[in-house]
Every structure is written in structure tokens, then in C-alpha cells.
Design a protein around this ligand. Structure first.
Ligand code: TRP
Length: 328
């Protein structure tokens, strides 16, 4: 029996290169060796976007098209929408009864968001419980592995604590202790050298046109010490070089030589990078276009996913209730 993997993304906008190398490419590989479940976490999205919820349904379709275009295969993975599988919420309710407030108030992601997010009020009941719902998402599938970014490790720790607490309170080993699978890819920086993010307006989207990619790549920051073409550059400190290393690894040495020996200027170097990125993204862009032309097909995949997900969630919830209290 293959081990089970579950992961999710919040549908709050278009996906960018950071999602591709940080998550999707990893998900695609995991499909071969694990029993994989991938979900659009729309309830989690609503916790942040409750004032503007209409971005969520449109992002679900758009993001799932990107998943499929990247190679997530509905014959290998269960692809579904969190809100279509209501058992997540039922388990969340049960978990919320015994999850101490202190665990949630101490969670670093919670404290950080309260501090950082200025554009909307995150001081809500639901948002405090964000990791409780995430624990329910994971444990309702008894997932053993959870591919996530490093920022999600505190949520995984809480998931294990919540599962352990359930098992010990009700004297049954219903839940396993899930572990993270971290991506090996170093974090992809945005055009301006900060973390790639929609809110910094520094992202290259998987849906960007070729023209947009060319223009965006030309705005990338390069080595600030290289002012003239004749100045020798420092590729180790250049974000453009990092992009070559990640997306066009066979050119790494050549590009290093262009830069450190002042053979090729930054404008030319970026022009070529853009062409390589375009070529790399092109198959996905075409597949994405085909998929979005037939939205019914995406909805059908999600409907199918919901049914397969519920075969598991109903069974787990049954075990949970048997552990919790006798049948009336
Ligand atoms: N919190 C995750 C994120 O922001 C999304 C998510 C929700 C998730 N439920 C999950 C990830 C369950 C892994 C497993 O990226």
C-alpha cells in the first residue's frame, strides 16, 4: 500500500513561478510513489478574503488549470475543493473542542499575520483556528506525508499535537503523525529580489504572455556593482543568475563566464533568460489554454475528486465518532 500524501493551496489569485518550483513540480513527482490528494483550500482562502470572496471561485478554476497543465494527473491524484467535502468542517469542530487556545495564540504564523497584514482585519475567531482546520484537512485522510513550504512547519507540528491529543483522550489510535516533505528548491525570489508574491507585484505568472515575461525579466535587479558592460559582475549575488541555475541549469557555467569576465551585458543576459523561460513555460501555457476553453471538464474532474475524497473522509469520521461516543 502506498503512503498517503495530502497538500493544498489557497485559491486567492493567479499562480506564479514560485508556486511552480516551490510546490507543483514536487506534487507532480509525488504522484508516482504516493496515494496523492490535492485540494483547493477555499475555506482557508476565505479567512483572508472574506471581504472579497468572489476571487476564490475564479481562482479555483484558474489554479486547478495550472495544476493540470503542470502535470497533476486526475488518474493518479484526487483533486478536489475543500468546501465540497464537508467532513473537513465536522472534524474541525471536534478538534476545536479540545485544542487549547494557547497552542493557537503561540503559533508563529498567526502572530506574524496579525502583525504584518494591515489591509484587512485578521483578528477573527476563524483565523485563530486556521491550523485547526488544516489539521482536520490532513488527518481526515490519515495522510502521512504533507508537502509544504517551510513556513507551514508550525501548522504541521500543531497537526501532530492535535492528532495525538485525540488519540490519547479517546484511547484509540485513529490518527497517524504526519510529516512534512520539504522541497529542495531554494526559495525563488521575485523580480525585485524580495520573496515572490502577488502583494509585492514582483511575480512572473504561469499565465503571463510572452511579451509580459520579456518586459518583466528586463526589470529584474542584477549585480549592483556591475554598472558598465566592461565591469566584471558577481553572479553569486545576482538574482538573474539564480534563475538560470534553476530554470536553465545546463547554461550555468556559460552564464557565469559571461558575467564574471564581462563578456555579455546584463540586458542581453536577461533577454536570453526571458526566451528560455518562455520556452519552458510554453507547453504549460498551451495546455492551460485548452483546459480553460472547456471549463466543464475541470468541473467534472473536481466532482470526481470530491467523490473519491468522500470515500475516505466518511470512513474516518465514522471511526472518529465511534471513538468519541456511543451510537444513540
Ligand atoms: N496553509 C496552507 C498554505 O497556506 C494551505 C493548506 C490548507 C494546506 N490546508 C492544508 C497545506 C493542508 C497542506 C495541507 O499554503
Amino acid at each position: 500500500m502506498k503512503k498517503r500524501v495530502l497538500s493544498g493551496m489557497r485559491p486567492t489569485g493567479k499562480l506564479h513561478l514560485g508556486h511552480l518550483v516551490g510546490a507543483l513540480e514536487n506534487w507532480v513527482k509525488l504522484q508516482e510513489d504516493y496515494d496523492t490528494f490535492f485540494m483547493a483550500a477555499d475555506w482557508h482562502a476565505l479567512m483572508g478574503e472574506y471581504e472579497n470572496p468572489s476571487v476564490i471561485p475564479e481562482s479555483i478554476i484558474d489554479n486547478v488549470a495550472d495544476w493540470l497543465a503542470a502535470g497533476i494527473d486526475p488518474s493518479k491524484s484526487v483533486i478536489f475543493i475543500q468546501s465540497q467535502v464537508p467532513e473537513h468542517l465536522e472534524l474541525h469542530m471536534i478538534f476545536s473542542c479540545f485544542t487549547p487556545l494557547g497552542w493557537l495564540e503561540r503559533c508563529p504564523t498567526y502572530k506574524e499575520q496579525l502583525r504584518e497584514v494591515k489591509t484587512r482585519d485578521m483578528n477573527t475567531y476563524g483565523f485563530l483556528g486556521y491550523p485547526v482546520l488544516q489539521a482536520a484537512d490532513i488527518l481526515i485522510y490519515k495522510a502521512e506525508k504533507v508537502p509544504v513550504g517551510e513556513d507551514q512547519l508550525p501548522h504541521l507540528e500543531l497537526t501532530r499535537e492535535i492528532g495525538r491529543r485525540f488519540n490519547s483522550l479517546y484511547g484509540r489510535n485513529v490518527f497517524p503523525e504526519p510529516e512534512a516533505i520539504l522541497t529542495k528548491t531554494p526559495r525563488l525570489l521575485g523580480l525585485d529580489g524580495r520573496k515572490m508574491s502577488k502583494s509585492y507585484n514582483n511575480a512572473i505568472y504561469l499565465s503571463d504572455s510572452e511579451e509580459a515575461i520579456k518586459t518583466k525579466v528586463q526589470t529584474m535587479f542584477t549585480d549592483p556593482l556591475r554598472i558598465r558592460l566592461s565591469d566584471k559582475g558577481h553572479p553569486e549575488t545576482c538574482n538573474v543568475f539564480d534563475y538560470y541555475s534553476l530554470f536553465v541549469p545546463h547554461m550555468k557555467e556559460e552564464v557565469h563566464d559571461w558575467c564574471s569576465n564581462a563578456k555579455t551585458g546584463c540586458t542581453e543576459c536577461k533577454k536570453r533568460l526571458a526566451l528560455h523561460l518562455i520556452a519552458k513555460l510554453r507547453p504549460g501555457v498551451e495546455k492551460r489554454r485548452e483546459l480553460l476553453a472547456d471549463k466543464e471538464k475541470i468541473l467534472h474532474i473536481l466532482e470526481n475528486g470530491k467523490e473519491k475524497a468522500q470515500e475516505v473522509t466518511r470512513q474516518t469520521l465514522k471511526e472518529v465518532k465511534e471513538a468519541l461516543w456511543p451510537k444513540i
